[in-house]
Design a protein around this ligand. Structure first.
Ligand SMILES: [Zn+2]
Ligand SMILES: [Zn+2]
Ligand SMILES: [Zn+2]
Length: 601
């Protein structure tokens, strides 16, 4: 804040009082100060009319393939499902007295100052400190201010819940409703969504398979042939009403020959040779060759929340993703590595790290180079690697950053979108023995992800290299939580979520105990070089490298799993320790706006 305001008597916002570096005033563009001719402050007011036109958003113009109406309508149906009620509520919110207007931020992410979730609609702003509260947190302020007992309980649990300026704590009176919506834009979106909901109901129109051929197929007739793997059902578990699973339309197709139907059984991810599963038994995970994976088969499994493995990816890779390559290209760069057992970290050069790959006898500790590059965008640091990864990633309509069915692909270029990767994961071999922390501890992500292994050394015993994934079905999350709480009472305080804590690895003894006590086993994938693992949003998972491995993962947001994403976001919100980095509602809003510009209805 400049000096000329120093003597004036009006409330300073949170940013201006604390002088956080780089923070702009919370009231910028929201509050107007009126002065008389002598420059004396006469009045303070807030912006109550929409400001100018809605900012021009630069929606993407290119996708992995030209988007067709089938893709667009699918995304729009999902957006309608996730947003229509919220937008109708926002229309009511706009009619509240004393509404303050704000232009939608593009250079930062609007968040609730109390629970850190992204703010999309229905929020409130304190006119004293400028803190913004999401509708849930505002409701809670109103509720506890009328109930001293509840208030005390809330403040015991979160002492800063009502923090305002030094002189006061928040009450409902401090807050005024605030909105970033333009009435005509909101109304048009609601009407269009209502029309779409009327035409298509709640289920998204499905993309016929011939409209979405895998990129490496040459003739459309070819793509109509079912993949043997995709038809050889039933699945190992779960009931599905999906047409590709029950009464598949392909079965009656004249193109389908008996041999193509019965030649191959469903394939499951094979074990690595000489790696024992200690007799635990696991849910098998379906595996496809990348050439055989048809969109319909993928979607059917994906909608069930199944992890999926895909092989044969390196055939199309043009870059050797080897330790030698990284030493050559980035050897002198300094990076931070973490020891998997102790979480100790140190700075080394990329060359120092990769030099030790495969040198099992000549090193101490199990180091990993995680999330590399950590700060900057993979695409701008490794443009060639980015291109190569995007070329080989299976199900590009979903997994590519510009995939037509990836809901995050519609985020405008001039808005601050979520960081969905890709990210590299390079780590030394670990093991599953008692006490091991594995390579990546048990955790859960809000977005879908696909992880490709590019390189693995041989195992210390000389066997074929790779990694072991344990992915738990989302319906088993609560049993896993209960188990972890009972085992790690001292490390997991009441109210904390042991999965979100990301502190534990289930070694073979713990996996056996989990099975004995709760009847829960994981979906297990043995991942080799050239193989991808698809992990659905909301499935707890852990990884153990059995040899030194180079992997790359990218997050995406699929129409099939968005509901689970939303539930997860609420779960994370309740935890308050992890921000809603996906900005799911904002993402759906942009996806709708982007698609409705392109669709021919
Ligand atoms: Zn300020
Ligand atoms: Zn909140
Ligand atoms: Zn305040």
């Amino acid at each position: 804040m400049s000096n000329r305001y120093k003597s004036d008597d009006f409330p300073r916002c949170l940013s201006c009082t604390r002088r956080w570096a780089g923070d702009t005033c919370r009231f910028q563009g929201v509050r107007v100060l009126y002065r008389d001719s002598k420059g004396e402050l006469r009045d303070v007011d807030f912006v109550s009319e929409p400001v100018g036109d809605a900012p021009h958003m630069q929606y993407p113009k290119q996708w992995n393939i030209p988007p067709r109406d089938e893709h667009l309508l699918r995304v729009m149906t999902v957006a309608t499902h996730g947003l229509l009620d919220i937008l109708r509520q926002e229309r009511e919110h706009l009619n509240r007295p004393n509404l303050i207007r704000r232009v939608r931020e593009t250079d930062c992410r609007a968040t609730c100052d109390t629970c850190l979730t992204s703010v999309f609609a229905g929020s409130w702003i304190c006119t004293s400190c400028g803190r913004e509260a999401c509708s849930d947190c505002h409701d809670k302020v109103v509720e506890i201010c009328n109930d001293p007992e509840k208030k005390q309980r809330t403040l015991d649990a979160s002492p800063f819940f009502l923090t305002c300026t030094r002189k006061q704590e928040h009450t409902a009176e401090h807050y005024r409703p605030i909105s970033r919506f333009y009435p005509h834009e909101l109304q048009k979106t609601i009407e269009d969504m209502e029309q779409l909901a009327y035409r298509y109901g709640s289920s998204p129109p499905s993309v016929p398979p011939e409209l979405s051929p895998p990129s490496d197929r040459t003739s459309s007739a070819d793509s109509l042939h079912p993949s043997p793997g995709s038809l050889a059902l039933p699945l190992p578990r779960g009931n599905s009403s999906h047409p590709a699973l029950n009464g598949s339309p392909y079965l009656t197709s004249p193109d389908v020959t008996n041999s193509s139907l019965h030649e191959e059984r469903p394939r499951y991810c094979p074990k690595l040779p000489d790696v024992s599963d200690f007799g635990l038994g696991y849910h098998p995970v379906r595996m496809f060759h990348t050439h055989d994976l048809l969109p319909e088969a993928f979607r059917a499994l994906w909608a069930e929340g199944e992890p999926i493995a895909v092989e044969g990816l390196l055939e199309r890779s043009a870059i050797p993703w080897t330790p030698q390559y990284f030493m050559q290209e980035f050897g002198t760069e300094v990076c931070v590595v973490i020891e998997c057992q102790t979480d100790a970290n140190k700075r080394v050069t990329v060359e120092e790290f990769f030099q030790k790959f495969g040198e099992y006898t000549d090193r101490d500790g199990c180091w990993k180079l995680k999330d590399w590059p950590s700060v900057t965008d993979f695409k701008s640091v490794f443009p060639k690697l980015y291109e190569d990864f995007m070329r080989i990633v299976p199900m590009p309509d979903y997994a590519r950053r510009d995939g037509v069915l990836n809901i995050s692909s519609h985020f405008p270029a001039n808005a601050l979108g979520p960081d969905l990767g890709p990210k590299m994961y390079n780590a030394f071999a670990s093991d599953m023995e008692p006490g091991s922390k594995g390579s990546t501890k048990l955790h859960m992500d809000m977005a879908d992800a696909v992880n490709i292994m590019h390189f693995a050394t041989s195992r210390p015993d000389g066997g074929e290299g790779g990694a072991v994934w344990d992915i738990f079905r989302s319906q088993d999350s609560d049993a896993v939580r209960k188990f972890l709480r009972s085992r790690f009472k001292d490390k997991c305080p009441a109210g904390a979520d042991p999965i979100h804590q990301q502190l534990y690895y289930l070694d073979r003894e713990l996996l056996a105990a989990l099975k004995a006590e709760h009847g829960v086993v994981s979906c297990r994938v043995y991942q080799r070089p050239g193989e991808a693992v698809f992990i659905p949003a909301g499935c707890a998972h852990q990884v153990c490298n059995l040899s030194d491995c180079i992997k790359v993962a990218v997050d995406f947001v699929s129409p099939e799993n968005i509901e689970r994403c939303e539930n997860l976001t609420r779960e994370f919100q309740a935890q308050t320790w992890k921000e809603d980095v996906l900005q799911l509602k904002t993402m759906l809003w942009y996806a709708w706006q982007s698609c409705s510009r392109l669709v021919r209805r």
